[in-house]
Design a binder for this molecule. Structure first.
Ligand code: DSN
Length: 415
């Protein structure tokens, strides 16, 4: 019996419907995952009551001795996990982590160079609708017709635009990021190099993707995607001067009191990432994504860049009559949750798009392996082959629900 069950049945019932949805559907949004029950317990803990502006041993409020202890533990674990000297674990999200980096290292109107949103970049990498593109002069690189970054081309763009800071990292790029190549470009134009590894952090932590250290001056990540921790962000660096600027930029620059309950949950998440089992999870995430790429391309669909090196694939419908939005809706009806996504060469609006992004982290966390991913990839292709056949979608939905129920993580909605 939960307190909520008596005090607010309305919210309790909605939360339970969400549990049902998560158990019944196949979650394949590349940025989502299923966190550890212990992480959820920490987020519901008494630390939610504590104000702790400042940093460990330098607070503006009394009673912070245990907030200090848990924040220092989260910092130490983050540094150990990513092999760096300094970490700020207070950003409430990845977007605020990125905003903190810009505020620490740039002045308004400085030039930044990031990956184009429609080529796989993120809103906070300079998009004109984000503060990163309003406060700073933003320029972009993208992918070539083969779906890959051409580093010589990025060098040319950097030479022409002369950015103060280069952003590498992406939200929808299925290939390895060459941080060393980006370092050479940054050095050539005298720019700072900033990596946003939000999507690949869980793979980096396991040694399943090259590390941005020692090449990047500053690195951010969210903690809830491939890392499977609580929702939030962190910022890391090896440079003490940058670390001090980052700390001031996050508090008091853009945030107030840190979410100590979430910081405790971040510490638990990093603890999981440091266990030997984490490597097996990350390897399986990649193996499962590869099955998706192989099967869906064998079934005749255009997988951008011809495959994947990480946890996601992009499927392009540029040569099809249906859009990413149509595919997203049809797959949703079949119990498979993905997101519509722009693809290189995009001609449709971001609300419609010509592609979908499919990721393996969440279903891998549920324990699914290559055999299950082969079945799912075939059903995805069946839906795409029969995009308007709602009876078939309903039939597949039942089959996917049965599969999903064999891999349950949560036996209740609240931990
Ligand atoms: N919304 C995240 C994603 O889906 O990639 C990025 O912030």
């Amino acid at each position: 019996m939960y307190f909520m069950e008596n005090s607010d049945k309305e919210v309790f019932e909605i939360i339970n419907k969400e549990l049902q949805r998560q158990n019944d559907h196949l979650e394949m949004i590349a940025s989502e995952n299923f966190t550890f029950p212990a992480v959820m317990e920490a987020m519901g803990s008494v630390f939610t009551n504590k104000y702790a502006e400042g940093y460990p041993n330098k607070r503006y409020y009394g009673g912070c001795e245990y907030a200090d202890e848990v924040e220092q533990l989260a910092i130490d674990r983050a540094c150990k996990l990513f092999g760096c000297k300094f970490a700020n674990v207070q950003p409430h999200s990845g977007s605020q982590a990125n905003q903190g980096v810009y505020q620490a290292l740039l002045k308004p109107y400085d030039k930044i160079l990031g990956m184009d949103l429609s080529h796989g970049g993120h809103l906070t990498h300079g998009s004109k609708v984000s503060s990163s593109g309003k406060l700073y002069q933003s320029f972009f690189y993208g992918v070539e017709s083969d779906g890959r970054i051409d580093y010589d081309r990025v060098m040319d763009i950097a030479r022409i635009t002369q950015p103060k800071l280069i952003v590498c990292g992406a939200s929808a790029y299925p290939r390895e990021i060459d941080f060393k190549a980006f370092r050479e470009i940054a050095d050539e134009v005298g720019a700072l190099l900033f990596a946003d590894i939000a999507h690949i952090a869980g793979l980096v932590a396991a040694g399943e993707h090259p590390s941005p250290f020692p090449y990047c001056d500053v690195v951010t990540t969210t903690t809830h995607k491939t890392l499977r921790g609580p929702r939030g962000g962190i910022i890391m660096t090896n440079d003490e001067d940058i670390a001090k600027k980052i700390n001031s930029a996050i508090f008091p620059g853009i945030q107030g009191g840190p979410l100590v309950h979430v910081i405790a949950a971040k510490a638990i998440g990093f603890g999981e990432n440091l266990k030997p089992e984490w490597k097996a999870y990350a390897k399986q995430v990649k193996a499962n994504a590869k099955v998706l790429a192989d099967v869906i391309s064998k079934r005749g669909y255009d997988v951008v860049s011809g495959g994947t090196d990480n946890h996601l694939i992009l499927v392009s419908f540029l040569n099809k009559e249906f859009s990413g939005k149509d595919a997203d809706a049809a797959l949703g009806n079949a119990g498979i949750t993905v997101n519509k996504n722009t693809v290189p060469g995009e001609f449709r609006s971001p609300f419609v798009t010509s592609g979908i992004r499919i990721g393996s982290p969440a279903l891998t966390a549920r324990g699914m392996k290559e055999a299950e991913f082969e079945i799912i990839a075939n059903r995805i292709s069946d839906v795409l082959d029969n995009i308007n056949d709602t009876a078939l979608h309903a039939k597949i939905r039942e089959e996917m629900k049965e599969l999903a129920h064999k891999f349950i993580i949560y036996d209740r909605a609240i931990y």
